[in-house]
Design a protein around this ligand. Sequence first.
Ligand code: NAD
Length: 250
Amino acid sequence: MDSLLDFRGKVAIITGAASGFGALLAKGLHERGAQLVLGDINLPGLDKASAEYGDKAVLLQCDVSKEEDCEALVKAALEKFGRLDIAVNNAGVGHEMLATHEQQGDIFDRQYEVNLKSVMIGMKHQIPAMFKEGGSILNVSSMAGIGGAPKLAPYAAVKHGVIGLTKTAAVEYAKQNIRVNAICPFFSPTNIGAGMLKEDGVEDMLVRGCPMKRYGTVQEMVNAMMLILSPGNSYMTGQAIAVDGAVSAI
Ligand SMILES: NC(=O)c1ccc[n+]([C@@H]2O[C@H](COP(=O)([O-])OP(=O)(O)OC[C@H]3O[C@@H](n4cnc5c(N)ncnc54)[C@H](O)[C@@H]3O)[C@@H](O)[C@H]2O)c1
C-alpha cells in the first residue's frame, strides 16, 4: 500500500456516513486499514452502507446538531478502539433554492444547527481526544464557503463559517500537532444536490461554469479527502482546499 494512503492503526470518526461523501470515505478508509466510528441521523441507511465492516466499525445514530450526540461519537472511539486520530465533520443538509429576499421559515436556523454548530460542538469534543498524540480533522465546507452561491444564502453563510472555525482551530492546536483543514467541493452528484438539478438551467450552468466542463465524481471528492487526511500530509493545516475543476481559479 502507498504509505501516503496507509491508515492502518488509525481510528476515524465520520459523520453523515450513510450516503454520499461520508459513505464512500468510510469505504476508502476501511480498505486502507482504519477503524471507524460512523454516525448519521439515518440509522437504516448507515447500517446498509456499513454492513461489510464488522467489528472494524461502530455505528451510531446521531444528530450532529446535538452536543450529546457529538460527544457520544468520541466516547465510542475511545471506549471501543482506545484512541481518536481522525474526525471528519461531514454531515450536512441543503435547502430549497430561494433568492435572499424570498428566504423564509426556519431555513437559516436549520442550516446553522446542522451545518455550522455541528462543526463547533464536534471539534469541541474531538480535539481533547487528540491532545496526547495529535490528529487530523477535516471539516466539509463547500465552494459556497469561498464565494457567493445564488439562491443559497443560508447555505453559503454557514459554509463560510465552517472555514472560520477550521482556521481558528488550526492555529489554536497546531502545537499539539492537531491538523485542521476544510474541503470545499464544487458540485458532485449525491443526495444533497438532487433537488438543485431539477431547477431549470442549473445543471447547464454548473457544467458550463466549470473549466473542466463537468462535475467532480463522488470518488474524486473522497480521494481528495483522503489525501488531505493522509498521515503523510503532516504539514498541511488551516487550509480550505477547493476541489472544483478550476472554478475558483477563474
Ligand atoms: N455533493 C455536493 O455537491 C457537495 C458540494 C459541497 C459540499 N458538500 C457537503 O458535503 C457534505 C456531505 O454531503 P453529501 O454530498 O455526501 O450529501 P448526502 O446527502 O449524500 O449526505 C449527507 C449525509 O448527512 C446526513 N445527515 C443530515 N443531517 C444530519 C444530522 N443532523 N445529523 C447526522 N447526520 C445527518 C444524511 O443522513 C446523509 O447521510 C455536506 O456537508 C455537504 O454540504 C456537498
